[in-house]
Design a protein around this ligand. Structure first.
Ligand code: ZN
Length: 108
């Protein structure tokens, strides 16, 4: 029994799990994010970042299953982080496939 992924509140597409880069300091082994390139949150982000920060970047809707909190996930291209998308179930990953990462993911 796997837990269905939450859907993005901006585009109603299922969120995808992705592995975190090593240097983020986030807790948990993976997070969920909306990788829909048509998501209005992501689409709007480009203009927002350009207008406010003069950078070519955007952000995707991110949901952290370990805390239940959502926050923007900054991306620098439409393909950013897509190579980190994993097929993980919210509840099962740590037990079935996370053994090699479990040792450094438990700081509390
Ligand atoms: Zn979305």
């Amino acid at each position: 029994m796997t837990t269905p992924y939450p859907v993005c509140p901006h585009c109603n597409q299922p969120l995808r799990a992705f592995e975190l880069p090593d240097n983020t300091g986030w807790q948990g082994e993976f997070q969920l994010a909306c990788f829909n390139d048509d998501c209005p949150y992501f689409v709007r982000g480009w203009q927002h970042m350009l207008d406010n920060y003069a950078v070519k970047a955007s952000y995707r809707f991110r949901f952290d299953p370990s805390t239940g909190e959502s926050s923007p996930l900054a991306v620098w291209s439409p393909d950013a982080l897509k190579d980190r998308i994993i097929d993980a179930a919210v509840d099962d990953t740590a037990r079935t496939d996370g053994s090699k990462r479990a040792e450094n993911g438990e700081s509390s």
